[in-house]
Design a protein. Structure first.
Length: 379
């Protein structure tokens, strides 16, 4: 199957699987424990049914909106993901940032990104978010924030659903490390994917680009567990908001009380996420949580939702139920792994086309036409 024949995100996943050594594919594709949250995230969207308005003039569809204070052509954005050069060793985050810029959408980069803050800013001068974790080393976070400000990022995202790393069993089973370490198992997997191996061997070593890493291949679980501060509370959000000063999102909110706490602590955006089923196993699907969070803080803060989004109908449902925007993770990573920048562009194009088609079929000309009455969840 070629990229142009990939009709949907599931097809891109298949292409990614063919291109990547198993350990790398599994790092993207996998979830925590028995992967119940992972599976439920996407499956739950299907439990909601759509209702359309007939005979509406849909000759023009406008999908533009604002995300964290900036205008954007599309109501979905790139979610931050660690070390994207693992998935495409030559370009990694560069490919994603370029494709996002070309599509006029918001890009986010992870603290654990494998391309530097400054290089991302050069590639993507428009709207972009920087994601931070709760590190023990506040001086490190402070210095990163200064760089992010200097590079004119438009928003900061604090991820709070990963105080420790989730239990992703595919990774230790595959001897997965960053950068990939040569063991009997990984060597066999890599040899089976010569295109990837060539890129890996002919490009600089994959490592976090924004801070000093241990210098050796490390298991992401051990590394995060060493570096993250398990003692922090909402005061960290207040400190971060003061230090940063600009628009702040809290990513990984799972219920209305925490959404309220986030807003009280200074967040401008509540980002409902369970990290794509990679952290707490059997986490509640985000689409189920959305309505109570909209009721709690919808008038005071922006709401972004992610986890499990694979189809335009998933995006429509979240927007109709009150999200301002939807973030995508694996949906673009599969495209990146399949073919670099054109692959990410294909992911975005697939979701944009699906969203456009669905809004047309629903008789909704603009995002504000999408209302909760358009979504039904049969008991
Ligand atoms: C391979 C991978 C790495 C990720 N790394 C990060 C990260 O560094 N920071 C973060 O906040 N979220 C990270 N996430 C979570 C995503 O930002 C997002 O919440 C999740 O992928 C959404 O679920 P989906 O993949 O089903 O769309 C990662 C997700 C994946 C799949």
């Amino acid at each position: 199957m070629s990229l142009t024949r990939a009709l949907n995100i599931h097809d891109l996943r298949q292409l990614a699987k063919r291109r990547l050594p198993r350990m790398v594919f599994d790092y993207i594709d996998g979830g925590a424990d028995d992967e119940i949250a992972l599976a439920t995230n996407s499956a739950r969207f299907a439990d909601y049914q759509l209702v359309w308005d007939a005979l509406v003039d849909i000759s023009e569809i406008d999908m533009s909106t604002e995300i964290m204070g900036v205008k954007t052509r599309l109501p979905f954005l790139i979610s931050p993901t660690a070390a994207s050069r693992l998935f495409h060793p030559r370009y990694g985050e560069r490919a994603v940032a370029r494709a996002a810029k070309a599509a006029g959408m918001v890009y986010s980069v992870s603290t654990l990104g494998s391309v530097s803050i400054e290089e991302i800013a050069e590639i993507c001068p428009g709207p972009k978010l920087f994601q931070v974790y709760v590190w023990k080393d506040r001086a490190l976070v402070d210095s990163i924030i200064r760089r992010v400000q200097k590079a004119r990022f438009t928003g900061l995202v604090l991820t709070v659903d990963a105080p420790i790393a989730g239990n992703r069993e595919r990774d230790p089973r595959n001897d997965f490390t960053i950068p990939p370490r040569i063991t009997h198992r990984t060597a066999l997997q890599a040899l089976a994917r010569p295109g990837y191996l060539f890129d890996l061997l002919t490009t600089p070593k994959i490592r976090p680009a924004n801070f000093q890493d241990p210098g050796r291949a490390f298991s992401i679980t051990n590394y995060l567990n060493e570096q993250f501060d398990r003692s922090v509370t909402w005061d960290y959000v207040r400190w971060l908001k003061k230090t940063w000063g600009g628009p702040l999102a809290i990513k990984g909110i799972a219920h209305a009380d925490d959404a309220r706490r986030a807003v009280e602590a200074g967040a401008d955006c509540v980002w409902i996420s369970n990290h794509g089923g990679r952290q707490l196993e059997t986490a509640r699907p985000t689409i189920d949580i959305l309505p109570e969070i909209v009721t709690a803080v919808g008038q005071k803060a922006e709401i972004i939702l992610d986890s499990g989004v694979r189809r335009g109908t998933d995006i429509v449902k979240a927007l109709a139920l009150g999200a301002n925007a939807v973030a995508i993770g694996r949906a673009y990573l599969f495209g990146l792994a399949a073919a670099g920048e054109p692959g990410v562009a294909r992911s975005i194009d697939i979701l944009e086309t699906e969203l456009h088609r669905n809004m047309s079929l629903m008789g909704c000309r603009q995002l504000s036409d999408l209302e909760p009455r358009h979504v039904v969840r049969p008991r």
